[in-house]
Design a protein. Sequence first.
Length: 461
Amino acid sequence: MVLARRALIKAAAASGALSAASVAGLPGVAWAANTAYVMSYFTETPDFQGADYGLHLAVSRDGLNWTPLNQNNPVVTPTAGQQGLRDPFLFRKQDGTYVVLATDLRGTNFGQNSQYLHVWDSTNLTSFTGYRRIRMHTLNAHTWAPTAFWDASRGQYGIVYSCNSGGDVLMVNYTTDFVNVTAQQVFFSPGFGVLDGDIVVDGGTTHLYYKNLANGLLYGARSSTGAPNSFTTYTGGLRMGNAIEAPLLVKNNEGSGWRLWGDSFSPVNADYYIWSTPNIGGNSWTPLNQRDYTPPLNAKHGSIVGITDAEYNGLVSRWGNPNWVRLKSSNLPDYFVRHANSVGRIDPYPFDPYQDQLWRMVPGLADSAGVSFESVNRPGNFLRHFNYAIRLEANNGTATFRADATFYRTAGLADAAWTSLRSYNFPDRYLRHANYLLRIDPLSASSSASDRQDATFRITP
């Protein structure tokens, strides 16, 4: 009966007969309306060629592999204060509509303090209205990395943010309308500096995940009331990579299991790492392999919200999918296919120029049943093989070039859910990497596991 009721609620929500807000009010099925996810973020790259301090959006069906919207351009950009944002936080309010909160900061001038947050309203994320800044305090201190939660006991929303006034703490202001806020007060100050709080209320427990500035690790705390200074840390410290910040806690749409994202602020490391747990009440977080997830291109310090199927379709319809793809290595999952000095290779992402990894996947030049890969930042140039090595060259219009630049998509030799690319004119040879360089080599299902992995890619936005 419970499963049948949930199925009916899901169907009604997808058809629009039930709003997300009405479903959220039904006990035990708050997740039922959500079948996908949306992420908000800003963008940066190592040399800042991909830096943009507007609000970006991406969507995902599984919450792991993401499609940037609007060609990874901002959907809205601040026009007041420092005219740029960082750390955008997307929040679904009690009435089912959205509010966006963001740090008032453009670039990396972290010594330039702002007492304000940027704020927008949105009904369904296809437009943003009511742009304003709200003043959170009168201190000579920063107002960074906002998060928000509904405090049912107060009948108000709490806006929590990082602030330094004699020490790095998390502050809170309360509001009913995200226009007027109460005076700030300390929300979490455990005796050492903290940064980047993220809060999720689940049943009777309010979870707070944060960065401990004393040791650089991420921790989880919890409270039965959500009141200021009522949180107790219950997890051990977490870190992947050389440095990590911006914990992002997400409950799976399916109603069980959680993921914790962490943002690497090092320009030479992966942008995000993820852990998962079936039970957030315990202290058992398992790192995910980077093979299992692909963050949006150049995304930094984001937030994630569950959305309905109708909202997902509306977002894609309004903002559009990218007109380019990337090719992610199966066995080196932080590496992507790129061109460098006209040579095809794989390199660890992020890098600049970041556009070197973007490809227009077009119908095969020699056979429209196949595919060819045209460079986004060198239009008219395609990946082709020459003496079996892969190069980026301008299409010279010859039959030989067209054949060399055409591949057939097949089930991945190492993983059928991924893709391998068979040469059009050398049908026993597949695109693969060897010592990070791309070439075509004879391969089959009987080839070694490592060779098959070298020839397996994920085609992703």
